[in-house]
Structures are given as C-alpha cells and as structure tokens.
Write a protein that binds this ligand. Structure first.
Ligand code: IFM
Length: 458
C-alpha cells in the first residue's frame, strides 16, 4: 500500500558524512597534515580535548559501514575526500594510496547500488597550503582546481554527482573570522577574502570536473537558513535583511550570477571595517558557472533583532519551542519557507537537501537499543516540510540525513551525536538507532504514514 505522504518516483534518499569527522587514520598511507589535524592537536581548541585521529575508524571499517548502509536501504551516500590524503602537500605529487581508498569506496558503493555523491572540500585543507596563506590567498583557489582535477580524473568514470564545497560560509567565517574552526584566525578581512576564493575555486573547478566526468552533475552545498524578524517592527525587519545578506545572499547572489550584494558589502565595511579588494576581472563570471543542482544544508531558522535589543535572546520562544543539543531551534516550517524562497528568488536548478538532522543526548538502553524518539520526530517533521515544498513546485530531488553515524562534531568533539547509527567510540561498535530503523522504512515506502499534517507554525 502506498504511503499517504508519497514522494515523487526517483526521489533519492541518502545519508551524509565528511572525511575528517569519520575516517581517522590521520597519518596513514602517506596522508599529509590537514588544518583540522593541527587545530585539534592544539590544546584548548576542542571542548572535550579530543581529535579526529581515530574518529569512527571508517578508513579501516569502510566495508562493514557500506554493508550497514545497504542494510538501511540507502540509495545514495554523500561523503567527502581528504585533500591531503590525495595531495599531502596540497599540490604537486599525487599520493596514489590516498586515491586508492576512495576508489575502493566508490566501487563498494556501486556494488551495493548506492549512488556516490562526492564532496571535494569539507574543511580539511592541507596544512602546507594554510602555511602558504590558506583560503585568504588566491593561490589556494588555483591549488583546489588541480586537486579537483586529480580526483575527478580518477573517479569521474563512476562518480556522477560532485559537490565542490561544503558550507563555504563556515569555512570562511568560522575558520578565519571567528576563530572557532580551523585554522582559528580572527580577521574579518581575511574571512571575506577566504569566502571569495572558496567561491572562485568552485567556479573554476566546475568545467574541470565536467571535462573529466561525462554527464556529471555538479553543484555546491551551502548552509542556508530562514531569517525571521523577532517582531514586525521596521528595525527588526532591517536586522533580518542584514542577517539574511550575511548568511544567505553573500553566497547565493554570486553563484546565481548577481555579483556580491551591495548592502552586504556596505555592512561588512561598516561593522567589520572590511574591504572588497580581492575581486579581479572575470572572477564573478567564473563564480557564476552554471551548475546542475544546489545542495542545501538546513538545521534551524535564525531570529533577527535590531541592535539595542541585544539583551533579549535571539529566539522567539513559545510554549512548544524545542531546541536540540546544539541549542538550535527545531523549525521545520522554516525549511518549507527556505526551499520556496530559493525556488522563487533564484530559480534554482534541482535542489538536494545535502544535510539535515539533529543532535540529541542518546544513550544505549538496557535492551541494547537507542530510542532516539526526538531525532525521529525531528526528521519526520522536516520530511513533511520538504514534501509540502515539492507540492508547491520546488525541484527537490533528494534528501541526505546528517549524519549516517555519530562522529567528531568539530570544536565540540564527540559530545554531540547526530547519527542515525550510534557509535561507541571506545569499542567502535555500531548500533542502528530507532531513527535509523524508521528511516529504513521511509526509504522502502518512499514516503511517510499518517495524515498530511498542517505545517507547524515555526
Ligand atoms: O557536522 C556538521 C557538518 O560537518 C557540516 N554541517 C553541519 C553539521 C552539524 O553541525
């Protein structure tokens, strides 16, 4: 019997991970040091003092992990490549042993009928490139193109879905502006230059990937949010517009051929004293290279208040407001709003939700299972919101849950669990959580049971 909330035929259900968060094997088989190796090895940077040295040990357990994915019925798997595994110094000599790992992984996925979605950059920049200036330096964008070439030349015959970058906002602004991610700098001018070079490297890499991978679909993944004014006041609307510029439009506008938004350039200058002096002739055309899809990572909405109201919390809390372990508000309606906005404002090509999920404090129960009801409810509500958006004409083609398994959550170490599979980091035992078992059924039925509810109000 078909489910009441049925997704379109061919809708792709998957799960996502990233290299540094799961692989481990940080110094094996010729891999070079990355900025996250350096950052996590620096005392005081990671809240629980941990590193990604072992993480989920996926580098050694990949075959069993692929079997697990198959047992869940996953149709697609989004993973990222460790740049310094492939090019230990960031450029120059290719480390074949590093590429061999991904070669085996791709073959293993295809043998299990799971479509690989490869992300080239999920934040583990070779330390050697950081030492030479990192993303604020234009030369890093050039090095990225060589890296994209090496990977797509090797895997492009089998990998047909490519994501150049994951969340360039985070890489640029948390890494170079706020210092909470590697490489840990606090310099807004550098962060802005980094954001430009990340985008530029994306635009330059698109034709290179296409040349190496016939019929490839190429896109970029942005972390996007729905910015909501805290009140109907003109001041709060203005604050929301500014925040939307910084979080969303700074990346969306150039990718969709509109150049950098003037109001955001002015805001960067006013608030951070930063200048846009890194754009060279032809850059904006390169960044606007046509893509085949937009990857959307969505977790929560953002409530904006005008300055002066800083003593008020950045939320509009009501009786039924719920927050995840990250302190992020559960806001499925905002996913619906965001998807429609992207479709309407940018006429996006296909969209994939390349990440969506939630951290909750999971425990293994006496019955040996992980009853993560809140994650299950979170996913259920967001799937419904996505379904509603599809009904409104949004070209949403697939959905990747973040994450396949609990992993290294950056500066939070192992204290935040996002997986639909539980990891015991002492023994490396994997336990499929209740949300994972439920997801397996959603995939099998290509939809959800129950009445199509009205969308929640937030
Ligand atoms: O774990 C991260 C991921 O690496 C990028 N997107 C957000 C996730 C949760 O914070």
């Amino acid at each position: 019997m078909s489910p009441q909330i049925a997704f379109p035929q061919g809708f792709l259900w998957g799960a996502a991970t990233s290299s540094y968060q799961i692989e481990g094997a940080w110094n094996e088989d010729g891999k070079g040091e990355s900025i996250w190796d350096r950052f996590s090895h620096t005392p005081g940077k990671i809240s629980d003092g941990s590193t990604g040295d072992i993480a989920c040990d996926h580098y050694h357990r990949w075959e069993a992990d692929l079997d697990l994915m198959q047992s869940l019925g996953l149709q697609a798997y989004r993973f990222s490549i460790t740049w310094p595994r492939v090019l230990p110094e960031g450029r120059g000599q290719v480390n074949q042993a590093g590429l061999d790992f991904y070669d085996r992984l791709v073959d293993g996925l295809l043998a299990r009928n799971i479509t690989p979605f490869v992300t080239l950059y999920h934040w583990d920049l070779p330390q050697a490139l950081e030492d030479a200036g990192g993303w604020p330096a234009r030369a890093t964008a050039e090095a990225f193109v060589d890296y994209a070439d090496a990977v797509s030349a090797r895997l492009g015959d089998r990998v047909k879905h490519w994501i150049t970058h994951n969340e360039p906002w985070v890489a640029a602004f948390l890494g170079y502006g706020m210092g909470v991610h590697a490489p840990g700098l606090r310099d807004f001018q550098k962060a802005m230059a980094a954001s430009h070079h990340l985008l530029l490297s994306h635009g330059w890499a698109v034709p290179v990937i296409r040349a190496n991978s016939q019929d490839a679909r190429v896109g970029i993944t942005l972390d996007l949010t729905d910015v909501v004014p805290a009140s109907p006041s003109p001041q709060d609307y203005h604050a929301a517009r500014e925040m939307d510029g910084f979080l969303n439009r700074w990346f969306l506008d150039p990718i969709f051929g509109r150049g950098y938004p003037a109001d955001v350039i002015a805001w960067f200058g006013r608030v951070h004293g930063a200048r846009v002096d890194f754009v060279q002739e032809g850059d904006m055309d390169a960044i606007a290279a046509p893509t085949d899809f937009l990857g959307v990572n969505y977790y929560t909405r953002h409530v904006a208040r005008a300055p002066g109201d800083d003593n008020l919390p950045p939320t509009i809390t009501t009786e039924d407001s719920e927050f995840t372990e990250m302190g992020w508000e559960v806001a499925p309606r905002s996913l619906f709003r965001l998807l429609n906005r992207l479709h309407f404002d940018y006429q996006t090509p296909a969209i994939y939700i390349t990440e969506n999920g939630a951290a909750f404090p999971d425990e293994v129960s006496e019955d040996g299972r992980v009853h993560d009801d809140r994650r299950l409810a979170y996913l259920d509500a967001h799937f419904r919101a996505a379904h509603e958006a599809i009904q409104c004409g949004v070209p949403l083609r697939g959905y990747f849950v973040w994450s396949l398994m609990d992993n290294f959550e950056w500066s939070f170490g192992y204290t935040k669990r996002f997986g639909i599979v539980y990891i015991d980091f002492e023994t490396q035992q994997r336990i499929v959580k209740d949300s994972g078992l439920w997801y397996r059924d959603v995939i099998a039925r290509n939809g959800l049971d129950g009445e199509p509810d009205a969308l929640p109000t937030h």
